[in-house]
Design a protein around this ligand. Structure first.
Ligand code: FMN
Length: 198
């Protein structure tokens, strides 16, 4: 290994909410901030630009937003999701993202999720649904990296992350659990971009 080599694992963070002040996105930013050395995080920010899934459009050349999503997935070693529940299920835009992956091999990765809901029902139906949908994608759901960590909106700091120490301690446990399932791999620094492109 030369000085230019480093151990890099890529964690892709996908939020199911489009809301500007989203609690789920605050959690994803917090995970990004807390990643240990040797782990690179990418916050997926293309949810709003994805076209509606249509099997007739699922061929080359793909819509640019879909190609970008799939490139992000191909470059990832693991995925963390964080989604709200809408009307007893997954937000439509997030389900749409998942539909673009069903039938492909992009999510055949270790995945986990953090459920930040403070609602009495704990957004359980959305997360049951997420588990069902991921069952169609070949994802390897890491049970110990799927955790309910309720986050009140007033716990989001002005920088858009969550500074609360109790919450961060639980988040660090989830990060450690997902990374346990990702083999360390050696990539040359200059190879990281190539990895993202698949
Ligand atoms: C249209 C709509 C439907 C919702 N339905 C549910 C629901 O079925 N169950 C639930 O626990 N929360 C529900 N909520 C509350 C959201 O999950 C909650 O506001 C959450 O914080 C949104 O996530 P965000 O802060 O990341 O945007 C709903 C909110 C909206 C706007």
């Amino acid at each position: 290994m030369t000085d230019d080599d480093m151990v890099v694992r890529e964690l892709l963070l996908i939020c199911g909410s489009l809301r500007a002040a989203s609690t789920n996105m605050a959690m994803m930013r917090t995970v990004l901030q807390m990643l240990p050395d040797g782990v690179a995080g990418t916050l997926y920010e293309g949810l709003a630009t994805l076209p509606h899934f249509d099997p007739d459009d699922d061929h080359d050349p793909l819509p640019a937003a879909v190609e970008s999503l799939r490139a992000s997935l191909r470059g990832a070693d693991a995925i963390m999701f964080c989604t709200p529940e809408y009307a007893g299920g997954l937000p439509g835009s997030f389900k749409n993202l998942l539909d673009w992956t069903v039938g492909g091999q992009e999510i055949e990765l270790p995945v986990g999720w953090i459920n930040v809901s403070t609602a009495p029902g704990g957004a359980q139906r959305a997360h049951e649904s997420l588990g069902v949908v991921l069952g169609y994608t070949g994802a390897q759901v890491v049970a110990t990296a799927c955790k309910q960590i309720p986050v009140r909106r007033d716990l989001i700091d002005s920088d858009g992350t969550i500074g609360d120490e109790t919450i961060r301690s639980e988040v660090s446990h989830v990060i450690a659990e997902i990374l346990t399932h990702v083999p360390r791999q050696h990539r040359t620094v200059g190879d990281q971009g190539a990895g993202l492109g698949g």
